[in-house]
Design a protein around this ligand. Structure first.
Ligand code: FE
Ligand code: FE
Ligand code: ZN
Length: 285
C-alpha cells in the first residue's frame, strides 16, 4: 500500500468511466466521485461494459482507490408524496444494480428532507427505503451523508444519521460519508475542537463506519445551516483546519473528495496543495 493522501474530486460522468479515470490521473487524484446519472434525476444511460473493462484495468494500473459515486441530489428518500418516494427507491435500486459492474465502491446519498413530516418520520422513511433496496449479496457500500440541516433536511446530527442506520437490517452495507462543510454548517466545531468532534462521531456512529470524507470549505459561519461550499482555504473553515482533518490519525487513510467550486485547474491546485500538507502521524484508524 503506497503511503500517500488518497484524494480526488467530483468529475463529470458524461464521458464514461475510462474518461473519468484519465481525468483523475491528470489531476494527480487517486480516487474520485461522480453522479451516477444527471444530478437532477432522470433516466441513466446504460453502462458500456467495454468502457468498464478498460477502466478497471486502468484503475488497477494507476492505483486508483475506491470510488465514491453520488446519488442524484434531487432524490428524496423521505418525501411526503408517494410518487416521489417511489422515484427515490427505483432510482437507488437502479443505481445499485448498475454499480455491481464496478464492485467494491461506495454510493453516497443525502438522507433527504422531511418536508414538514418531522425528523422522526423522515428517519423512518429513509430507513424503509434502504431496507427496500439493499440486497444481501451486493458489492457496493451505501453511505449516508452528514447534512447541514438546511430547511427540513435529516441527517443534521450524528445521532440522526445513527437513527437511520439503526433501522437498517443489512447494516454491513451501510456506512457514513462525512462532509466537512455540512457538519460545520450543522454546528460541529471542526476548527477549534476537531478531536472532540471525531470522538463524538466514534461514540455515536463508530469510526469503523466512516468510509469517506467530502473535504470542502464553507462560505458560512458555524451553525448557519446553509450548505454553500467554498474552495479550500477560502471559507470560514480555512486551510489550517482542513489540513488538520486530512492529517488526523483516525481520518488520514480515508478517501477525501473535493466538492469545491472549481474547474480542472483549480482542482489540480487544491489536490497539490493538500498533498503538500499531508504528514500523518501514527495510524490509529
Ligand atoms: Fe452530497
Ligand atoms: Fe458532500
Ligand atoms: Zn453540500
Amino acid at each position: 500500500m503506497k503511503e500517500q493522501l488518497r484524494i480526488g474530486n467530483h468529475l463529470s460522468s458524461s464521458g464514461g468511466y475510462l474518461a473519468m479515470g484519465e481525468e483523475a490521473v491528470s489531476l494527480c487524484a487517486d480516487t474520485f466521485a461522480f453522479f451516477t446519472r444527471n444530478p437532477r434525476g432522470g433516466k441513466a444511460k446504460e453502462i458500456d461494459p467495454k468502457d468498464v473493462e478498460a477502466f478497471l484495468a486502468f484503475k488497477k494500473k494507476n492505483e486508483i482507490g475506491a470510488l465514491v459515486a453520488h446519488a442524484p441530489y434531487t432524490l428524496n428518500p423521505c418525501a411526503a408524496k408517494d410518487n416521489l418516494r417511489t422515484f427515490a427507491r427505483e432510482t437507488m435500486a437502479d443505481d445499485l444494480r448498475r454499480l455491481e459492474l464496478t464492485p467494491g465502491n461506495y454510493y453516497n446519498f443525502h438522507p433527504g428532507s422531511h418536508v414538514g413530516q418531522g425528523a422522526q418520520t423522515g428517519i423512518e422513511l429513509c430507513a424503509a427505503l434502504l431496507n427496500a433496496v439493499l440486497k444481501p449479496g451486493q458489492h457496493t457500500m451505501v453511505l449516508i451523508e452528514t447534512m447541514s440541516g438546511k430547511g427540513s433536511e435529516i441527517g443534521r446530527t450524528f445521532q440522526e444519521v445513527r437513527a437511520i442506520r439503526d433501522r437498517v437490517e443489512l447494516k454491513d452495507h451501510v456506512g457514513v460519508c462525512l462532509d466537512t462543510c455540512h457538519i460545520w454548517d450543522g454546528g460541529y466545531d471542526i476548527v477549534g475542537h476537531l478531536d472532540d468532534v471525531v470522538a463524538e462521531f466514534d461514540d455515536v456512529l463508530g469510526l469503523e463506519n466512516l468510509k469517506a470524507i467530502h473535504l470542502n470549505d464553507s462560505m458560512n459561519a458555524r451553525g448557519s445551516h446553509k450548505d454553500r461550499h467554498a474552495r479550500i482555504g477560502e471559507g470560514e473553515i480555512g486551510l489550517e483546519a482542513l489540513v488538520r482533518v486530512i492529517n488526523h490519525p483516525r481520518l488520514c487513510r480515508l478517501p477525501f473528495i473535493l466538492e469545491t467550486p472549481n474547474e480542472h485547474e483549480g482542482y489540480a491546485k487544491e489536490i497539490a496543495l493538500l498533498r503538500s500538507h499531508w504528514q500523518p502521524g501514527e495510524d490509529h484508524g
